[in-house]
Write a protein that binds this ligand. Sequence first.
Ligand code: ADP
Ligand code: MG
Length: 238
Amino acid sequence: MSGVNIQGLSIKFGANEVIKRLDLQVREGEFLVLLGPSGCGKSTLLHSIAGLIDVSGGRIHIGGTDMTDAEPSERGIGMVFQSYALYPTMTVEKNMSFGLRVAGTPKAEIARRVTKAADMLQLTPLLARKPAQLSGGQRQRVAIGRALVREAGVFLFDEPLSNLDAKLRAELRRELKLLHQTLGNTMVYVTHDQVEAMTLASRIVVMKSGVIQQIGTPAEVYERPANLFVAGFLGAPA
Ligand code: ADP
Ligand code: MG
């Protein structure tokens, strides 16, 4: 049971209500994409699921448990952000295992998970390298690997591909899709890129100014946009 249930969520920065009484059910095992223009509140919504910011109102349940006030480490989630922020002095292997070591995971279990994630992400030949010896795409794979080893029920991605060139983005899109098919975890993925949303999502949530405009499969939102904003945004180049 690792869906996410968001009810009446409100997030304010001072007087600025960035998320406005938002309701959203993320189904277990789906690849849900939050799509919308810069500043519409995608990262804020994702950070609230992760427990990185306080909510002003509403509840967030993860896997059936009320996690509104839980610490990030208690929520059963893994996260990947746009900037890779790898530890520069550690090898790929150490970067991937660091969080598990801190959490006191047994060595054999760490080795099992790192081997599995490295294999899925084609990082096995690179495990002894330092981040400076990697390409941008390889670094972002390590960042994804670092989240994967948590073997969390829910993965949160915040524009993880936006620093990469078009060819690498396409390649990593295919890999992410494959990963999801293999793992079957719940994915919540933030992007402002329509192509990314269309190719990855089982359902797309289109947002504008902290309010959901439409939720549907890629075909539904593309062929039957709920309003002019959705039609215009999906039609516009990324
Ligand atoms: P997106 O990820 O869709 O680009 P964000 O969630 O980052 O949008 O931001 C939504 C709005 O909230 C923006 O107007 C942004 O300026 C504001 N905002 C985000 N984080 C903070 C913060 N820590 N303090 C004040 N305002 C913030
Ligand atoms: Mg953002």
